[in-house]
Design a protein around this ligand. Structure first.
Ligand code: ZN
Ligand code: ZN
Length: 412
């Protein structure tokens, strides 16, 4: 690295506020992150104020306290969401507060706890904050998700490095690389990157395929696409027409499937950390859009609960393309964190579809979105299916097949 760690952390924080969340004068900003990321959170807060924010709200999180809650509280306590928590979230939404979430959790921090309790707690929170979650997914507000390296997370990515410090440094380096912080002019590099992704999205939007067919070892799956679907990439617009970048890093071009139409089998190619547990070696069988069977070599019970116990959890809500040669994939690492792993691989998501994935979607009611084929759900969980062996065809309304991916790379 050319600069010191502190220099890069500064460049990163500034980039996130300017290019990601695009904070401007008189904005209110919420930052959510783990207590061990205080140095980064303070930098982000300062850059937000310097960009003109009138108030920055910080919501501190802590894996270890969360584990204590999940261990000692009864299922009744865990599922009882206090009114003030809902009021706070709804007030911030009404004020159009821009929301920045920092991911740094130990992907396995709830390992060994009762999956039924964890699932019930997640479900209760998602249901209580339904209004806020749905509004965010319809881009009512600007929101950005970024990552920060923590020792526990880094240890799962670099188990062969000797010390927690070496592991954490290595993970930070990957985060800086993937977010283009090491480039000469990171803000310009992002503009160029967004333009490249937009080109792919524009082609797919023009094609308006009726369905996609995926084939790879262990995968033979056809997924329908709704009428007037929109392929999106890095940049989004909030309800006020302000631009923001929802994920940093991001390498994907994505849309919503028609949740009634998925047929076949798909095998995941990377593990997934969901609900504080690592799930690995997954296969899914789909019939008429619904998952009819799931298997996993690790974390099968958690996966089954995800599919069976959450409203909309057994239907697809996202299809996304990422070439196998994308920079994050080229690192050859498994990050055990969706923000990184989804940007290294073609993926699908179970659960909620983004309202912006269809023309006029952000103005539609939940019923209208459902009628248009966009899955409504309390969850949104990406799982990775891409590899260098994956081919994908677009199927037109008259049954013509046009290559989209060949051997893991864009075919156009
Ligand atoms: Zn995605
Ligand atoms: Zn997703």
């Amino acid at each position: 690295m050319k600069h010191s760690f502190d220099d890069y952390l500064n460049i990163y924080a500034k980039l996130v506020i300017h290019t990601g969340l695009k904070v401007k004068k008189d904005d209110t900003v919420q930052i959510l992150g783990q207590v061990d990321q205080a140095p980064l959170i303070r930098l982000l807060s300062e850059y937000a104020y310097q960009a003109g924010a009138k108030k920055v709200f910080i919501q501190w999180r802590d894996d270890q306290s969360n584990r204590l809650d999940q261990t000692y509280q009864s299922i009744e306590s865990l599922t009882e969401i206090p009114r003030y928590q809902i009021d706070e979230a709804e007030t911030l939404l009404e004020q159009r507060t821009k929301r920045l979430a920092i991911i740094s959790s130990d992907p396995n921090h709830l390992q060994g706890l009762d999956p039924a309790k964890i699932s019930a707690a997640q479900n209760a929170l998602a249901t209580a904050l339904d209004k806020v979650r749905t509004a965010q997914q319809a881009n009512a507000i600007s929101w950005t998700v970024i990552a920060a390296a923590s020792p526990k997370w880094a240890a799962t990515v670099f188990p062969d490095l000797d010390t927690p410090q070496a592991q954490t440094d290595a993970l930070w380096q990957e985060i800086f690389k993937a977010t283009r912080v090491c480039e000469e002019n990171p803000e310009q590099a992002w503009e160029k990157h967004e333009a490249t992704l937009n080109e792919k999205a524009n082609y797919l939007n023009h094609q308006q395929f009726d369905a996609l067919h995926y084939s790879a070892p262990g995968t033979d799956l056809t997924v329908g696409l709704p009428k007037n679907h929109i392929w999106e990439s890095a940049g989004s617009l909030n309800q006020a027409g302000e631009h923001f970048v929802a994920n940093m890093p991001t390498e994907e071009v994505f849309t919503a499937p028609d949740y009634h139409r998925a047929e076949g089998v798909v095998t995941a190619t990377k593990p997934l950390s969901y609900g504080g547990i690592i799930i690995d070696g997954m296969t899914f069988t789909f019939k008429e859009g619904a998952v009819t069977q799931v298997t996993a070599a690790k974390g099968e019970e958690t996966l089954k609960r995800l599919v069976e116990n959450h409203q909309g959890g057994k239907f697809l809500g996202e299809v996304a393309f990422v070439p196998h040669s994308s920079p994050i994939s080229a690192s050859g690492l498994i990050f055990n964190e969706t923000l990184f792993d989804e940007n290294a691989s073609n993926h699908l998501a179970l659960g909620q579809a983004y309202a912006s994935s269809i023309q006029g979607g952000t103005d539609m009611s939940q019923e209208e979105l459902d009628a248009a084929g966009l899955n409504r759900s309390t969850v949104h969980v990406d799982f990775m299916i891409g590899s260098q062996d994956m081919d994908v065809d677009g199927i037109t309304k008259d049954g013509q097949r046009i290559p989209i991916f060949r051997q893991g790379e864009w075919a156009f």
